[in-house]
Write a protein that binds this ligand. Structure first.
Ligand SMILES: Cc1cc2nc3c(=O)[nH]c(=O)nc-3n(C[C@H](O)[C@H](O)[C@H](O)COP(=O)(O)OP(=O)(O)OC[C@H]3O[C@@H](n4cnc5c(N)ncnc54)[C@H](O)[C@@H]3O)c2cc1C
Length: 672
């Protein structure tokens, strides 16, 4: 059956009739001080903090605020440093460690904001109704509990830089606060583009955005004095299969790059877009989310083989850890560890200074016949508090895994008695973070990659979290170096205040009619065709192009072939892309956004870096030397008039952190 027939079938079938009134082309106009794009964690916080400053705020979200985004849950609030009870590190020190751990390829500005404002933000969230303490005393006496504050910690119990929290309560608390503050909420509206105005010779200002209602097909025109980009980062660039993998990526499948594509078209500067990691953990979400393992949520679970033999844990120096307690302590002579878990062969353990305990290399043990597959997460053998902190608290609170918790419990799974199958040996090279030796390691699916797992590339920001475009701010996963929940919360909160402050001084804005009409023509063009290429087919073409020409090892020739294939795909968009209803149309436009992220942003970024880099997992065939000194810098790209402009920025972005933070610190809420 061709896609054309499929579309015809749906269009003519009464049972498949579209349930909402169709309003194609009709305009809904909104004018505000601050417009927030995306209603995930960063977006909610940005809207709240801007509204608390007295700004008139609107937020647009493709799904529903309550259920959308990667942050519908959260089991660990990481890397809050300043004022956390029992933490002796400074935010400056910790930020420097995070930056160094990525070879300098991190965003020191946003990471310092996270370390410095993380605890303050958590307390504000608690005041809104988020649950952050063990008020029922379930974990009384546990080693990871601060008895005075009832806060629970994870990973490194000595240094307490990560907290266990009840993240399923967070989104509801944020939405209540949005409503109470009178933020104008537009759900089921997908961002399609930014409205811009020229400011002199080579400056552009963002003056709002356009959106498509995914239910009615109506066109939304938002004008604003300041706009905060919080639409996270694109997924599905190298792979997508609802049928095989159950989804496509570790992150939210609804994150399809609308924010990146709109920002790119408007002229935003991006950095680190050449970084991607082999898909492994990230290609099949059932691995991290439906099974037991020794990382992240499941840290530091014991893993046993088919015969019940324990897979040994080792510290950063490879010394075998004899006791369970040692898994939550730094190695002798180590100050603290940033993250533990995984296994010692994975390419994402970071610098030795900050490496946490992990499993001995499973593949080697299997090859030597020392352990036998399959592996299991041995919950019953754990100390009772640890067992319940994993399967109970954390698995129940980490967004998608709440379904694992609910369904497995309903089916009779009992962590006091039962083990859970582990896919640790299948995980390969995907996952979190980066490392010095990473690019050389061939694990997982080397040519099926993920540009947006771990600390990633994105729009470059300054200490106001403003991009290079006047009036456009960015926060959360959708900015250079974004990756996690408290980072999204703190940067959203910070950017919202800066945007409100800017809006107070800015004059009224209005989008140009010509720009709006051009965007309407682009947005509705797939409706012109019933018979044609459907979004899934187009996406398959994009994925194949990226796998074949922008895979594990890149070269000038391959990357040029990617650009050529990209031109063919763009021709398909212009002449054949078809959609039959508003939802289908929104999906089609999102796949065009993925095309922009892959072909227009990532491929030129890969061409621009003419050196291999271990930290970026970036291998150029013609330039095999890893990280030569002259290439230890951010390569930046932006487009102007359809031409890619290349630039560079030094590593250690934002340093000295404290000094710069204090010089730019946003004002407290009015009345506070
Ligand atoms: C299953 C899972 C568990 C996680 N657990 C943790 C954890 O315990 N701790 C932790 O620190 N991190 C965790 N993370 C990561 C964390 O959730 C994210 O880093 C965080 O949600 C990022 O916030 P954000 O606002 O930038 O993006 P999101 O929360 O993903 O929000 C982006 C929003 O933008 C919307 N959007 C996208 N495109 C458009 C468009 N074109 N138009 C309109 N709206 C659009 C999306 O619908 C979404 O609501 C987890 C992630 C996943 C997937």
């Amino acid at each position: 059956m061709s896609w054309g027939t499929w579309i015809d079938l749906n269009a003519g079938n009464d049972a498949m009739k579209w349930p909402y009134p169709i309003r194609y082309g009709q305009e809904d106009a909104v004018d505000v001080d601050v417009l927030v794009l995306g209603g995930g964690i960063a977006g909610c916080w940005a809207a709240i903090s801007a509204a608390e400053q007295g700004a008139k705020v609107a937020i647009l979200e493709r799904g529903s605020i309550l259920g959308s985004g990667a942050g519908t849950g959260c089991d660990h609030w990481q890397w809050a440093i300043t004022d956390v009870p029992g933490v002796s590190l400074s935010a400056e020190d910790f930020t420097q460690a995070l930056v160094d751990n990525h070879g300098g390829y991190n965003n020191g500005i946003s990471r310092y904001i996270q370390a410095r404002d993380g605890y303050e933000t958590l307390l504000e969230l608690e005041e809104m109704g988020g649950k952050v303490r063990d008020t029922e005393d379930t974990f009384k006496g546990a080693e990871f509990r601060d008895e005075q504050t009832k806060l629970l910690f994870a990973y490194d119990y000595e240094n307490r830089i990560v907290m266990r929290v009840w993240g399923m309560t967070f989104k509801r608390a944020l939405r209540s606060r949005l409503r109470r503050l009178g933020v104008d909420i537009h759900e089921r509206v997908a961002l399609t583009g930014l409205l811009t105005e020229r400011r002199g010779e080579d400056a552009t200002a963002v003056v709002g955005a356009t959106g498509l209602n995914v239910r009615t097909g109506a066109f939304n025109v938002f004008t604003a004095k300041a706009t905060v980009l919080c639409a996270a980062r694109p997924q599905r660039i190298w792979t997508y299969s609802t049928e095989l993998a159950g989804s496509c990526d570790l992150r939210m499948p609804g994150a399809m790059g609308g924010g990146y594509a709109a920002a790119w078209r408007a002229g935003t500067e991006f950095a680190m877009m050449e970084k991607s990691i082999p898909a492994g953990l990230s290609i099949n979400p059932s691995a991290p989310h439906g099974s037991g393992h020794p990382s992240n949520t499941w840290y530091p679970c014991t893993i046993v083989d088919a015969n019940g033999k324990e897979v040994p844990w080792v510290d950063r120096d490879g010394h075998t850890l004899e006791t369970f307690e040692e898994r939550c302590r730094p190695a002798p002579g180590q100050r603290f560890f940033i993250k533990g878990g995984g296994q010692s062969s994975l390419p994402h353990q970071g610098l030795r200074d900050y490496q946490g305990p992990r499993l001995t290399n499973v593949d080697t043990l299997v090859e030597k016949g020392e352990i036998e597959l399959p592996l299991y997460a041995d919950l019953p053998s754990l100390p009772a508090h640890e067992r319940r902190a994993i399967f109970g608290l954390m698995v129940g609170q980490e967004a998608k895994t709440k379904h694992t918790y609910a369904n497995y419990t309903h089916a009779g799974f009992d962590p006091d008695r039962d083990m859970l199958l582990s896919y640790q040996q299948l995980i390969g090279g995907g996952g979190y973070g980066t490392s010095a030796e990473g690019a050389k390691t061939v694990l997982g699916f080397p040519s099926i990659r993920n540009a947006h797992s771990g600390t990633t590339g994105g729009p470059v920001v300054d200490w106001n979290l403003r991009t290079n475009l006047e009036g456009l701010y960015a926060a959360g996963d959708g900015m250079l170096g974004g990756n996690d929940h408290s980072h999204a919360a703190t940067t959203g909160r910070y950017a919202g205040r800066r945007a409100a402050w800017f809006a107070r001084q800015a004059t009224a804005r209005s989008g140009s009619r010509e720009q709006i009409e051009a965007e309407k023509r682009r947005v509705y063009s797939p409706l012109q065709r019933k018979d044609g290429v459907h979004w899934k087919e187009l996406l398959a073409g994009i994925n194949k192009t990226m796998q074949a020409y922008c895979g594990a090892v890149k070269s000038e020739g391959l990357l040029r072939m990617a650009l050529e294939a990209g031109e063919d795909l763009k021709h398909v968009v212009d002449t054949e892309l078809a959609a039959v209803n508003p939802h289908d149309l929104a999906n089609a436009l999102s796949v065009v956004d993925i095309l922009t992220a892959g072909i227009d942003i990532i491929v030129p970024a890969c061409l621009a870096r003419r050196a291999s880099s271990a930290f970026l997992h970036f291998s150029r065939a013609e330039y095999p030397a890893m990280d030569p000194p002259e290439w230890q810098k951010f390569v930046t790209i932006r487009q102007e008039g359809g031409v890619v402009k290349q630039g560079e920025r030094p590593l250690n972005l934002g340093a000295p952190f404290e000094e710069n933070y204090l010089a730019h610190r946003p004002a407290a809420p009015i009345g506070a």
